[in-house]
Design a protein around this ligand. Structure first.
Ligand code: S3P
Length: 444
């Protein structure tokens, strides 16, 4: 089949300045909150990719009017969303199809649990395999009426009455925390969530700029708390321009570090402190990354990144750093293959429950390129530096694995071919084109 393979050859140089589309997590939250707001919201630089298209389609099926225009950057859109307030969603005629997007499904679950109509959330075969008990059980504890197929999608919602609640999560998760806080907007009284480490707090920040108070504190035994008090009668229309996605920037950051003659600038990247684990770790490994902060955008720290080719030393990663770079391990593993020494990743069992089992998938695919990687139940042990060799590798239905393998291909001898590469359109549709514009030899 034409275009079945993405082909990458080693790159001697990578140079340029880029602006990436809006952050995926912020795009999801902005879309969903605009769907609950009063009147017409404007969201600029929203990510336009498979996962956010899934959210948009679900919201349309719930009666929300959306107009989509191409944004200033490839892969971004400017949206006008007209909604009817907190009780304005309408019963969908068919199951809401979230494609492969766990964020779409889990965030929507928090809102649908509070609706006075029936609905169903479903997704593709991969999403159906991912654990949904982590949102269903706490929502049921609040009084939501939800049936599942053994804790997996599809999820069937019936009208219920939500009660105040306190939840102590065993694993830090922004999706679970956000689903509960969103359900809390419709609950009379407090909804309180504790996490063992603090996950990304975009929901809390966005609610706050919309005038909905969110309390946050830390307790010695229970961990990090986030609490909302409902019912929230009204959310004002949003007018936001979203900063760029640090998790998409991560692929270019690592490419800029490991390609020999590289110098890249990445503009207006979201630098939420719960997303900057990768940058902190790479800098501690000797990476030449300069961060130039710019004024916050809608409550989110933002800045420009300047990246140059670097010599890296191995590192050990565990604890809350894992939460702060939870989406970045596939690309971090590529960087670690080029670092001198043994890099050890621990406390990262969650990686087995992402778009692929990222512990096995990263190790097996990079091993095909002659990386030296061992797996542990909760992480990876990566020996470096090694000269990677081009190989025939597989994206395994995981957008971040596809892009990580492409970056690995930039330093590998010979040709790297990636099967199933189009899955990268889930989050970063123009990634191959962007690499090519920066000087890489990428064909499809
Ligand atoms: C996300 C939270 C993270 C992350 C995902 C997006 C979010 O998931 O992996 O890509 O937008 O809240 P978990 O909350 O499951 O860790």
């Amino acid at each position: 089949m034409k275009n079945e393979l993405l082909k990458i050859h080693p790159s001697a140089s990578l140079r340029g300045s880029v602006t990436l589309p809006g952050d995926k997590s912020l795009s999801h939250r902005a879309l969903l909150l605009a769907a609950l707001a009063d009147g017409t919201s404007h969201i600029r630089n929203c990510l336009k990719a498979g996962v956010t298209e899934a959210m948009i389609e679900c919201l349309q099926s719930l009666g929300v009017a959306l107009e989509i225009e191409n944004g200033a950057f490839t892969g971004s859109a400017d949206l006008t969303i007209t909604a009817q307030g907190m009780s304005g969603l309408t019963r969908p005629e068919k199951p809401l199809y979230c494609r492969g997007s766990a964020t779409t499904l889990r965030l929507l679950a928090g809102v649908l649990a509070a609706q006075q109509f029936e609905s169903t959330l479903d997704g593709n075969d991969r999403l159906r395999m991912r654990p949904m008990d982590r949102i269903v059980k706490p929502l049921q504890q609040k009084g939501a009426v939800i049936r599942t197929a053994n804790g997996n999608a599809p999820l069937f919602f019936s009208p219920g009455r939500l009660n105040p609640s306190e939840h102590v999560l065993s694993v830090a998760s922004a999706q679970v925390k956000s689903a509960l806080l969103l359900s809390g907007l419709f609950t009379e009284g407090k909804t309180l969530v504790f996490e063992p480490h603090k996950s990304r707090d975009h929901t809390e920040r966005m609610l706050r700029i919309l005038g909905v108070p969110v309390s946050e504190w830390e307790e010695p035994k229970k961990g990090y708390a986030a609490e909302v008090t409902g019912p929230v009668e009204r959310i004002p229309a949003l007018d936001l321009k979203l900063p760029s996605d640090p998790s998409s920037a991560a692929f270019l950051v690592v490419a800029g570090l490991i390609v020999p003659d590289a110098e890249l600038q990445l503009q207006d990247v979201c630098l939420n402190p719960h997303r900057t684990g990768l940058l902190d770790v790479l800098i501690s490994m000797g990476a030449n990354i300069r961060i130039e902060p710019s004024p916050d955008i809608h409550g989110e720290p933002t800045g420009n990144l300047y990246v140059k080719s670097s010599t890296l030393a191995a590192s050990e990663i565990r604890g809350d750093t894992v939460t702060r770079m939870i989406d970045e391990f596939p690309i971090f593993a590529v960087a670690a293959t080029q670092a001198t020494g043994i890099t050890v990743i621990s406390d990262a069992r969650e990686l087995r429950l992402k778009e692929s089992d990222r512990i096995s998938a990263v190790a097996e695919e990079l091993t095909k390129m002659e990386a030296k990687i061992d797996t542990k139940p909760d992480g990876l042990i990566i020996h470096g530096p090694v000269s990677l060799k081009g190989a025939d590798v597989d994206a395994r239905g995981d957008h971040r694995l596809a892009m990580s393998l492409a970056v690995a291909g930039l330093t590998a001898q010979g040709e790297t071919t990636i099967r199933g590469w189009r899955v990268l359109e889930d989050s970063f549709p123009h990634f191959p084109e962007m690499l090519r514009n920066l000087g890489a030899d990428v064909q499809w």
